[in-house]
Design a binder for this molecule. Structure first.
Ligand SMILES: [Zn+2]
Length: 187
């Protein structure tokens, strides 16, 4: 456990590692993004792994709209989700490296601030599409920086293993033949 300089009644709820924060200016050095019962901490480390600097935002500084905390998760980049947190005075994007932790972070933060549970869909959270637009070029910059390519699903045609009829579908998917009812894996 790192020494984040927590107060005596402060506990860690979620800890995300290898997080790169980005404000208006530039990418900052990566570190840990930590949700405690009081603050959102972004800690950087020395080359020896000691905590160098902790950037602190009280959770009460995160905007709430319509009963939902304004921490938007954009999951389009697979295992490199982007979390945009709207603080009252600023807005910071965090590039994460763990989908599960990212979702947990948003859930717990929402629960902490609003007292409510939210469901996070596997695709985008509400408002994420809007966020994508707002990020515009930055989103593609993220993708470029991490070598993530968007792939078009490849469509192929295969003869049905049951009756020989042509079956069209996305490569790798299971398709039920409309003639004989066989399920065929398109490979
Ligand atoms: Zn068939």
């Amino acid at each position: 456990m790192h020494d984040y300089g927590l107060s005596s009644d402060e506990v860690v709820l979620v800890e995300c590692e290898n997080v790169t924060p980005k404000d208006k200016k530039a990418f900052n050095s990566s570190g840990n993004l930590v949700l405690t019962n009081k603050n959102i901490l972004c800690a950087t480390f020395t080359m020896f792994g000691k905590v160098k600097n902790v950037d602190r935002h009280p959770v009460s500084d995160v905007k709430v709209f319509d009963g939902i905390v304004q921490a938007k998760l954009d999951l389009r980049f697979g295992d490199n989700p982007v979390m945009n947190i709207y603080y009252k005075a600023s807005q910071v994007s965090y590039m994460l490296t763990d989908n599960v932790k990212a979702k947990e972070f948003v859930k717990q933060l929402n629960k902490l601030v609003t007292g409510n549970d939210i469901e996070i869909e596997s695709g985008l959270t509400a408002g994420a599409a809007m966020l994508g637009e707002a990020l515009g070029g930055m989103a593609s910059a993220f993708k470029g920086a991490f070598g993530i390519k968007e792939k078009e699903p490849e469509k192929i045609v295969m003869p049905c293993t049951g009756c020989g009829a042509s079956i069209t579908g996305i490569k790798g998917s299971l398709v039920k033949c409309e003639f004989c009812g066989c399920t065929v894996k398109l490979t």
